[in-house]
Design a protein around this ligand. Sequence first.
Ligand code: SF4
Length: 81
Amino acid sequence: MSSRAESATRRALEAADGAAVELRIDRVACTGHGVCAAVLPRNIELDEWGYPIVRDPMVTAQDAATAIKLCPAMAIYRATP
Ligand code: SF4
């Protein structure tokens, strides 16, 4: 996703609930369970092997917390500003 589109997404999320964070995935730690895509279907899809492709890293703080909590490999983290 382009930085322009990410900025638009960030502004929309901030307008919606006052919080927007950027998610990152540690590709070494990721084991391809696919929980992230189920939790964030608008932001993440899976490749043919079940590994995540992040289409839009900007999510609400609440969605970030849920994805981080549910990832069985602890491979999802918030980018530091
Ligand atoms: S839930 Fe975690 S381990 Fe599973 S695909 Fe997503 S990042 Fe990888």
